[in-house]
Design a protein around this ligand. Structure first.
Ligand SMILES: [Zn+2]
Length: 126
């Protein structure tokens, strides 16, 4: 605890780097390439350097740039995750007329859906 006092610690960027290290080490188990091993050591070194760094401003700026650069990818995954979570309670139907996606709660039997965009009506089992 005392050792970490005043040090930057872990952030999203270091968690991502650790994930890369784990992938590299797994690759290293199953292949004979030297590269993943060396690469993972380098990443791990940078990761530790960042966590033990006392330069908050610079480290958080790096993390901010990482978050900015990966915004779209993370958004894509977050969207997929949300959809999977919602798929327990909702069905997503596409309007046969205009293609608008419509979220319908599950377990309501046969229902008549009115598209909010084009007012087209169609029947579906929910
Ligand atoms: Zn429609």
């Amino acid at each position: 605890m005392e050792f970490m006092a005043g040090r930057y610690g872990a952030d999203q960027l270091s968690r991502f780097m650790l994930a890369v290290v784990i992938v590299c080490l797994v690759l290293n188990l199953f292949t004979r390439w030297r590269f993943p091993y060396v690469f993972s050591l380098v990443i791990l070194g940078v990761c530790y350097y960042r966590m033990f760094s006392r330069n908050y401003a610079k480290r958080s700026e790096e993390n901010r740039r990482y978050l900015e650069a990966t915004q779209n990818i993370r958004g894509w995954f977050a969207k997929r995750k949300l959809r999977i979570e919602q798929s327990k309670d909702f069905h997503i139907y596409k309007c046969p007329s205009c293609g608008q996606k419509i979220r319908i709660p599950r377990g309501k039997g046969k229902i008549c859906i009115t598209c909010p965009k084009c007012r087209h009506e169609f029947e579906k089992k929910s």
